[in-house]
Write a protein that binds this ligand. Structure first.
Ligand code: NAP
Length: 410
């Protein structure tokens, strides 16, 4: 008999869409530490519109963006959507996942009910004037992050996505493995290959902050795959071991340095001198880890305020610091002398376009890159796992949560 609501893992008949579903919700009155911000509630199942796909979610990936969503800062995602006319006073996070196509809207041609898919994280309007004029969709004025800026992410039994967000699930992966590589993997892929001429090249050194994290673990492997030499920065011996096993050419433990954060005022000669000597010491550690006196051609940034002055200092002449986040803060000081005299590039980068998403799916499917899944939690662990991430005591690599997939599939 068809039901209004199914329990997690209790599969409805294929293609039957129930009225309601379980979802992990953030509400404004719970903004704060992620552990308490997420609560499982029952809400209506969203319906797919033209060009959209309803997905029965099997597993979801965990990412830092929903740490920010839970805290309600630096951007209040619910208030922003309400301001734009949305009626929902809650947020369903989750910007990546794996699942089964359950229903399709008019005009959907590339997927069909029953397909096993992996979901990518960004949405845009394919009819937008800038995209029609040839813009990379990630630079379109219409681009948003699904499960963060846009509602109805993967932390629910069902989600609605645009058709181009659906990618074939690599057969060799479990539901959980398939759920957690896309956001970090495709972001790192764009950072390392998307900004010509500053792309990874054989033999060239690359500095990777947070080498054992989600982005870092994917970046280390991508650099290796393209023949570069990844040097990973970490904050513990365990994380150093993890990076070495993953293929890092060398590792630097950042706990041995003290110059993090904003740079001293240039008029304070003593403090500026102390900063410079620490930055030089860090540069020397990079040479030592590499085994020769060469500076990184690319620095993969996402830490922001704490590390960007060092990144800009150690980056090679005509090299690139490519940044996609600011975990430690957004006021990144740049000493412009190093930027122009050495003709360096400071490049912003944000997730990935369709081609870059497919590239990372192919690399994962072929086995060249591991999804680096290190932790699989249950649906009710969503708050606790985001709290671990916030506290930086989470597991290395990527983390996933089971939604409808049973534990036996892990
Ligand atoms: P993650 O798994 O938590 O890894 C981040 C790593 O950064 C940590 O493992 C930590 O490694 C390091 N770290 C944390 N605080 C630091 C500090 N103050 N100084 C130096 N290193 C520090 O997170 P992730 O998934 O890789 O994401 C990292 C950031 O990128 C987040 O802010 C996220 O929002 C952003 N991001 C943006 C995009 C995009 O499309 N724009 C996509 C993915 C991620 P150690 O402690 O071992 O050094």
């Amino acid at each position: 008999m068809k039901k209004l609501l199914y329990e997690l893992g209790e599969t409805p008949p294929t293609g039957y869409v129930p009225e309601q579903m379980y979802a992990s919700l953030i509400r404004p009155e719970r903004y704060g530490p992620p552990a308490a911000a997420f609560q499982t509630e029952v809400v209506d199942v969203p319906r797919p519109g033209r060009g959209q796909v309803l997905v029965y979610v099997m597993a979801a990936g965990v990412n830092y963006n929903n740490v920010w969503a839970a805290m309600g800062r630096p951007f209040d995602v619910i208030a922003a959507r309400r301001h734009a006319g949305a009626v929902e006073d809650y947020h369903i996070g989750g910007s990546e996942g794996s699942g089964i196509v359950w229903a399709v809207g008019d005009g959907v041609e590339q997927v069909k009910v029953g397909d096993h898919i992996v979901l990518s994280s960004c949405q845009w309007n394919e009819s937008a004037a800038d995209i029609r004029a040839g813009a990379d969709p990630m630079t379109s004025a219409t681009q948003t992050v699904w499960g963060y800026e846009a509602n109805f992410g993967s932390f629910a039994q069902f989600t609605v996505v645009d058709e181009y967000q659906c990618h074939p699930k690599p057969q060799r992966l479990s539901w959980a493995e398939a759920a957690a590589f896309m956001l970090t993997g495709a972001t790192a892929y764009r950072q390392l290959t998307g900004w010509y001429p500053n792309v990874v090249r054989p033999g060239e050194p690359v500095l990777i902050w947070g080498g054992a994290g989600g982005l870092g673990s994917m970046a280390t492997q991508i650099v290796r795959t393209f023949g570069g030499r990844p040097i990973a920065v970490v904050s513990s011996p365990d994380r150093a071991d993890y990076c070495t096993k993953l293929g890092a050419h060398g590792v630097i433990d950042r706990r041995g340095y003290t110059h993090w954060g904003r740079i001293p005022d240039i008029s304070d000669a003593e403090a500026s001198g102390a900063w410079l000597s620490e930055a030089r010491r860090f540069g020397a550690a990079f040479w030592e880890a590499l085994g020769e006196r060469r500076a990184p051609k690319i620095v993969l940034e996402h830490v922001g305020q704490d590390s960007i002055p060092t990144s800009m200092y150690v980056c090679d002449t005509a090299g690139m610091v490519v940044i996609c986040g600011g975990t430690s803060g957004y006021h990144g000081d740049v000493d412009l002398r190093y930027l122009w005299m050495r003709q360096k590039r400071l490049q912003g980068s944000h997730f990935a376009n369709f081609q870059q998403c497919r590239a990372i799916v192919d690399l994962i499917a072929s086995g060249d890159i591991s999804p680096c899944l290190s932790y699989v939690g249950e649906f009710d662990d969503i708050g606790a796992v985001h709290q671990m991430m916030r506290d930086n005591n989470h597991h290395p690599g990527n983390m996933a949560l089971l939604v409808n997939a049973p534990s036996s599939t892990v």
